[in-house]
Design a protein around this ligand. Structure first.
Ligand SMILES: Cc1cc2nc3c(=O)[nH]c(=O)nc-3n(C[C@H](O)[C@H](O)[C@H](O)COP(=O)(O)OP(=O)(O)OC[C@H]3O[C@@H](n4cnc5c(N)ncnc54)[C@H](O)[C@@H]3O)c2cc1C
Length: 386
């Protein structure tokens, strides 16, 4: 199925019509989620034989781009479920079945969230401030604080990781696993009151000894950067699907800018449309050219993941480069669209005003600007001397 068949116009319009209300009331997108579940959207990566859409990353990214044109916060939060199911699919395509159970559970209707970010952990996936304490039988009890957990009102499975400090001769080991909503020993704080992406309801999750049983621990990795396929799969899916969300946001901003330019008229120029104004035309063209640079990059990086392309040490630069280009381009395009649209976009409740706030979140997702540039510089210049 194409993205247009999976997300038909009528469904997209329904989702778009709710976005302003969720944002204004700072509420979770329950109705959108229900619609998306019914449309089979949470099974994009689930194989067709198991009742899913059987898509790869390139097709799923186009779906996310399309969804984000209607509701960026809904798309961003659903992204977290798609990241886990995408990771399972990317690993499976490379002969690693360790997360096949994620696809089976998604087929059965489970909703996955991504509980990895931690306050003050700029090592992101390569170290953790959460303690994973080994239990008899091989499970682990997790204690720590995960921030920005999107989908917090709705997830039924939360992927987390923490450090077992005693493992590997005291060097520590990073332990990855899933808890379920029914697992005791965690709290979700009602602390999501942000500038934008409000419907994602990405509240803080406090882990207070939440236990992951042995059979749901799916990776144990050394502290520090490493080449485990899980790390590649998380980066590949996270950066690509995130880029798709911000691409869709930018695409919508451009459409709104074009509509505004055609709608607004100039008193000075005898009531002619601003679409006839050379300065406004230049800004619209600038925004369109920026978007036209982004679409092929998104498509080709995602297709390369699907096609098992061998980019070697250039893989991470390609992935972080896509993320940074998408989030920064979307910011620039929203800015241009606002300049084209004039003062109406400054009013609360205007769609561009919401997109202006939503698009800022792109700066904070990994890889942030500093980390992305460091990754790319390392790939081209080698690491810094000690
Ligand atoms: C809309 C949105 C949705 C997101 N959804 C998810 C998600 O679903 N799953 C996920 O894993 N991540 C998610 N992220 C998290 C994101 O990827 C980043 O981890 C997050 O933005 C934090 O960025 P930062 O490191 O710049 O934050 P920072 O500002 O460095 O830290 C964030 C918080 O931690 C506190 N803090 C900073 N340093 C310390 C310290 N040393 N000790 C104690 N507290 C400290 C800060 O005061 C602040 O409150 C989301 C982000 C956004 C913006």
């Amino acid at each position: 199925m194409t993205p247009e068949e999976i997300l038909p116009d009528a469904l997209l319009e329904r989702i778009r019509s709710r976005a302003a209300g969720y944002d204004r009331d700072n509420t979770f997108f329950h109705e959108d989620l229900q619609d998306l579940v019914e449309a089979g959207y949470l099974k994009l990566f689930v194989p067709a034989d198991d009742g899913g859409q059987g898509l790869g990353l390139a097709a799923a990214a186009q779906c996310q781009r399309r969804l984000a044109t209607a509701a960026p916060a809904t798309a961003l939060a659903v992204n977290m479920h798609l990241v886990w199911t995408g990771v399972a699919q990317v690993l499976s395509a490379r002969g690693d079945a360790s997360l096949d159970f994620v696809l089976k559970e998604a087929a059965a209707g489970e909703v996955f969230a991504f509980g990895n970010s931690e306050a003050g952990n700029d090592s992101v996936l390569f170290d953790s401030r959460t303690v994973a304490e080994r239990r008899p039988g091989g499970g682990y009890a997790f204690t720590g604080t995960k921030i920005f957990t999107s989908l917090s009102p709705a997830w039924t499975r939360l992927g987390i990781f923490g450090k077992d400090p005693a493992a590997r001769g005291g060097d520590g080991e990073l332990v990855h696993g899933f808890i379920t909503r029914a697992t005791p020993g965690y709290r979700i704080l009602d602390d999501w009151d942000t500038l934008g992406m409000r419907a994602s309801q990405s509240g803080t999750t406090v882990l207070e000894g939440a236990e992951v049983p042995h059979h749901r621990v799916f990776r144990k990795l050394p502290v520090g950067p490493n080449a485990d396929p899980l790390i590649f799969a998380i980066f590949a899916c996270f950066e690509t699907l995130l880029a798709a969300v911000y691409t869709g946001l930018g695409e919508r901003a451009l459409i709104l800018g074009v509509e505004a330019a055609k709608r607004r008229t100039s008193f000075k120029n005898g009531g002619r449309s601003y679409a006839q104004d050379p300065d406004i035309r230049w800004k619209v063209a600038e925004a369109a050219m920026a978007m036209d640079n982004l679409y092929p990059q998104l498509a080709s990086v995602a297709a390369d993941v699907d096609n098992l392309a061998g980019h070697g040490p250039q893989w991470f630069p390609k992935l972080v480069g896509l993320k940074v280009n998408a989030t920064e381009t979307a910011r620039r395009v929203v800015d241009l669209a606002i300049r084209v649209s004039g003062g109406s976009s400054y009013f609360r409740g205007s769609e561009l005003e919401r997109l202006y706030r939503d698009v800022l979140a792109g700066m904070f997702h990994p890889s942030d600007d500093e980390s992305a540039h460091n990754t790319v510089a390392n790939a081209w210049l080698g690491p810094l001397d000690d």
